[in-house]
Write a protein that binds this ligand. Structure first.
Ligand code: SF4
Ligand code: SF4
Length: 60
């Protein structure tokens, strides 16, 4: 199962990663992005690449 880590200090809730994800894995809640459906993540890393703050990391 993939793992997603979001650095809350770097995340500004812009939701760019939410919009970038083709699988609707992510949501913004409680001041940062977080995985909502991690089981759907295909580790494409579009969220990681598109984040303007380098706040989100994907591990497989
Ligand atoms: S793109 Fe980056 S800064 Fe924006 S909500 Fe996602 S993790 Fe946070
Ligand atoms: S790695 Fe791809 S599928 Fe997984 S959360 Fe990021 S954008 Fe979505």
């Amino acid at each position: 199962m993939p793992r997603i880590e979001v650095n809350a200090e770097l995340c500004d809730e812009c939701a760019t990663c939410v919009e970038a994800c083709p699988m609707d894995v992510l949501m913004v809640e409680e001041n940062k992005a977080k995985p909502n459906h991690i089981d759907l993540c295909m580790t494409c890393r579009l969220c990681e690449v598109d984040c303007p703050n380098e706040a989100i990391k994907v591990y497989d």
